[in-house]
Design a protein around this ligand. Structure first.
Ligand SMILES: [Zn+2]
Ligand SMILES: [Zn+2]
Length: 75
């Protein structure tokens, strides 16, 4: 029973570090909002007001879950 417990802890630790790595990658790379990606696939620009405003500042819309590089976020 003891070794079973240890296995469980190890598995939890591994999954936690994977989640952390995924979060770090998310932070590193700016990501476009899903609606904007969809519009781009159709060869259009996203017509959400918030996305248009963000695009004017050469940013991804954060209102629609897009992300920007930390350096460009505030200036
Ligand atoms: Zn959009
Ligand atoms: Zn938006």
């Amino acid at each position: 029973m003891k070794s079973y417990k240890i296995l469980f802890v190890v598995a939890a630790l591994i999954s936690a570090s994977f989640a952390f790595a995924a979060d770090a990658a998310k932070d590193a790379a700016p990501k476009k909002a899903n609606c904007c990606v969809k519009a781009e696939k159709d060869g259009k620009a996203c017509d959400h007001k918030c996305c248009v405003a963000a695009a004017k500042e050469h940013k991804n819309c954060e209102t629609c879950k897009g992300t920007n590089a930390p350096a460009a976020a505030k200036h």
